[in-house]
Design a protein around this ligand. Sequence first.
Ligand code: GLU
Length: 486
Amino acid sequence: MSDIRVRFAPSPTGNLHVGSARTAIFNWLFARANGGAFILRIEDTDTTRSKDEYTRSILDGLRWLGMDWDEGPEAGGDLGPYFQAQRLHLYSEAAEKLVAEGKAYRCFCSTERLDALRNQQQAAGLQTRYDALCRGVSPEEARRRKEHGEKYVIRLKIDTNQIVEWDDLCKGRILITTELLDDLVLVKSGGFPMYNFAVVVDDTGMKISHVIRGEDHISNTPKQILTYRALGFPQPAFGHIPMILGTDRSKLSKRHGVTNVIDYEKAGFLPEAFFNFLTLLGWSPPDEQEIHTRGELVSLFSLDRVVSHAAIFDIEKLKWMNLQYIKALPAEELFARCEPFLRSMDGYPGQYTPEELLELVGLFRERMNVLTEITDRASYFFKDPDSYDEKGLKNALKTPDLEAVMNELATDLEQLSAFTHDAVDGVVRRLAERRCVGAGKVIHPARLSVSGRSDGPGLFEMMNVLGRERCVRRIKKFLEKRLWSR
Ligand code: GLU
């Protein structure tokens, strides 16, 4: 393995979000492309909002997308624990070291004082920031107040006249002045670390070489760099990837529809299609082709092809891509992917043989953007239709002598020696010739009577799977309804 070590560090305060999944994918691809390690770290220091069920759902989401991690929950590793809540001693040790070195200090200011300060600054039209009052508390006094049980936070001293700069792997050189920063809280009064501090301690402890994350973290990076410097830790390389926007160009949120990865699974998207789709949100392959296998993506991925503009999450494009992946699935695989959805259908699996079921699902291969569509599109295979769609009926009623035509069709089908695609095709065409009408005049009412619908796969393929018994029974039922005499 190379020295490249990247991490995905979700906070388990919700299910795996589309944006987080994309961050995970870029990290995973970067690790796999470079023979590095991909580490999963759970940032669960927000004890009120973090939940085990979210950790589980994040792990499930990553696995559904086909990503494995070399170190982290359920994988182990030498540089754990991989849950921040189990690393509190490491943060306090690091913070105490900074206090001892005079680079950080205990701040005893009450929330009331801080609120009042903020209000005053706001009223005066000033930038709100901590006034560093407790920098003036001597180490002896601080020790005494601490021993007396006074509450405090630990703050890092930040000089506001610096420029922090780094060569961003995706954005190029970035310079940020520290002018607007105040003395950074590292550890809160309950001993829990702030995100910016924990991340530095952990990225160092876990030997992270490259930090690849969303552009919304750019403003955190100078704070983290200053913390690395104070601690005397080597700094990793940083790469910030563009935000994902909805088609209206606002930040992707629930308003744009589904944002949880798990819901895309439920909606019938293929994980490999979703993975491919997410790789194109902010990155473009050198060959400009959209469809790539996971293996190809690993060999093509590089951070220098991360785009600088925001990425647009276009659900229509995702559906198109999903269809391409569905089309390419081998028959057995397509059936296996559809089966969980088929199981929810009324009448499934009926009296069909496994071969017939395979064929049945195959009839919809070219027609499904998402696998869940099968439940509606194929419903009549498992339940005789009890109503007929309006458009189809209107069309069917245009056939002259409809009743006679359908009666003849039923009889001809009953008399066929073998009920096959070609035999049914022959019956329909001969019947149309005898009646001196175009084939459509038989095909439309036949389709309507056996399926109740005017859309669907080719009629003969469909009837072949339905089989003689169902087809004849349904045609007779259609006749009994005498819809032409309404
Ligand atoms: N827990 C942070 C988040 O979910 C991690 C950010 C980072 O990658 O540094 O946004």
